[in-house]
Design a protein around this ligand. Sequence first.
Ligand code: GCW
Length: 843
Amino acid sequence: MRWNTLWPLALAGLAVAEDGSQAWLRYAPVHCNKHCQDALPSHITTLNATKGSPLETAGDELQKGFRDIVGKHVQVSHGCDAPPSSIVVATVSDFLECGSPLAKDSTPLDEDGFYLLTHGSSAMILGQNARGALYGAFEYLSLLAQGDFDALASTQTTENPHAPIRWINQWDNMDGSIERGYAGPSIFFAEGAIVEDLTRAREYARLLSSIRVNAIIVNNVNANATLLTPENMDGLQRIADVMRPYGVQVGISLNFASPQDLGGLNTYDPLDESVIQWWGDITDSLYERIPDFAGYLVKASSEGQPGPDTYNRTLAEGANLFARALKPHGGVLMFRAFVYDHHLTEDNWRNDRANAAVDFFKPLDGEFEDNTVIQIKYGPIDFQVREPVSPLFANLRHTNVAIELQVTQEYFGQQCHLFYMPPLWKTITDFDLRVDNRSSVVRDILSGEHFKRPLGGWAAVVNVGTNTTWLGSHLALSNLYAYGRLAWDPTLDSVAVLESWTRLTFGANRHLLDTITDLSMASWPAYENYTGNLGMQTLTDILYTHYGPNPATHDGNGWGMWTRANSETIGMDRTVWNGTGFSGQYPPQVAARYEDPATTPDNLLLWFHHVPYTRRLRETGETVIQHFYNAHYAGAETAHSFVGLWDSLKGLIDTRRFAEVRERFVYQAGHAIVWRDSVSGFYRNLSGIPDAHDRVWNHPWRLEAEDMQLDGYVAYTVSPPEAGSGATAIVTATNSTTGVARTTVPFPDGMYDLVVNYYDLYGGKSEWTVYLNDEAVGSWKGDMEDRLGHNPSIYLDGHSATRVRFAGVKVREGDELRVEGVADGIEPAPVDYVALLPAGVVD
Ligand code: GCW
């Protein structure tokens, strides 16, 4: 019997290391005995499956899926006469051409939509187009891989997309680096050209098509004109050729100044005839190579990028240049609304970057060509942990819009912290903007339905790299999966989507599903708790790498990301009556809610209002400052609990992925403490108000490194100071020496977790060993760049601050504790403190 040979394989799957490269399309075996196999189709019939078409892909994927998931070999054929027990995969028109009728009452399909009908061992997958048919095949495979045999025996589904634009953006540079990418170099580019081996690009297209993403912009919005050389356009053609079988169209970001930088013209004025001609020629050359080219994405007049302002032209005049070049070919222009002055001064109380998008774009409403879509970040600032919805969505009635999300975790822990994003996204897409005092839910504006626009939709910055896990972390892929699912149907439930992803990625065990759901659903609240509360932005270092804590950078910068914190008050006053006027950019009912602190939700209080630290919150009654402290301690505790939750999955996940995820959780637990201490310490210092529970600056179980007896080590003041316990750490006296720090354990005899906080800098791999009475407790290396694939700082700061933990160490009062560090490269074996933590203490 077949399942006899299969079942051991399924069990063995757990032991076999998986590298994550197949993501949610692993097609892992599910239990399906002979009876179950017989109840499934025995043939696949694809109509008009020409070489390289999505229909051919659908046939191949189904065949592979049957083989790998249930061990059934299924033949593919192509004629109109499908044998009994077939899956027929076709476009509706090819199906009708075969003389087969559709039910009269069928819901009509929109572009990319599909029907999936199953009855016993037969199935029909009919797409509005070839791509839709492939989506239907992936849907069928998803049911198979989740073991949903009931649905496979009887289902009648009509699926239409919520919106036509469901795109991915990659911020890949021509040299192969990726701006805000945390998973290795580009799968598309290296050394100024398109890479030869596009296997990964093809696999990426496979993943994207299974979540119904229909196009990808392959290069950074901070674009390089050299992408438009003939050789590189040939390379783009190769990318398009490997993605086309999956129905993923390719587009590119443009540099506005290309006619000058690359074309040798003396201008890039969008109204200049030679410039118009130049872009027309470029566009024609691209369509010659790539007839289904998706279109352009343009970041202009933003953060130093060139744009139409150089010639006193409007953003609409700039955009229309590209839209008109694309129009005859059916291409789409995505034009970014991320335009603002990045040299703002904080001395003017009314200055506010958040106002910029509406200020720039509202006056241009109706002036854009109808194949243009304004791509708008979800919040008015920049992918922060909590933002109100961008009011621009309410202000463009005669212009197509799309939302821009970020799957790459630029401000959300850069794939080293867990952050499941759909609950955050839904605060935006489910928001009712009350345009004209009637229901105006953002998702209906995106789809084009609300303002009756022909185009609209979604874009997400993803930034996968060559790392086998795609994003650097196995769990981070749930965001990519969910992005595609929600762009197709934003009413889907965040947990339901996650559970499908988990089943496909790890398996269907109930405890496993519940645990990954618990972890994921706790992840955003935890991260918000220990990074930035009450709508005050992610308090990361915005002048450097956007990763670890640095609250001081959130004032006095030209980027306009401010908290206006002083010793008594904090928050941006964005009211109309006394502040920047931002709240007045919303339709009246929403504006009124945000204008008044009494009706503003607590989680956005500091986004809209400048208040004393002693102000009491509506919902909890805590003061603002005490909320900061409480939230930070709660957040760090939650992050700490993730390790134990994950450990409960041991044996339910293959060893490699289990260990790789675990390593990140251990790291996150330590870094959450760094965040907690930095932010709490910073505001404790600034406000002078102590923590009512006496936790901030009070660490009874810590032994500060600078207080130890030092030999070869010297004290070092950390910057920013709150990124060091007591503002001071130790470093080796020179970069090539060994340092020793000794002290005597002052704590009672017992079992402790011994933790060491140190700094792991990029550019060196120091080695440390910690001893108790000459017996080594443990050793470690400063090699996070290898282990996390991420190590953003060359300084002792909130980015590099890292913790190592040795659990269950037996310690006696009076023991000698000694840390030895060997410097390497620029990393002087830095140590901040050692803590001996009794069971249950998180510090
Ligand atoms: O938030 C900022 C990022 C930049 C990015 C920019 C943008 C591509 O830090 O790295 O540039 O947004 O969205 O254009």
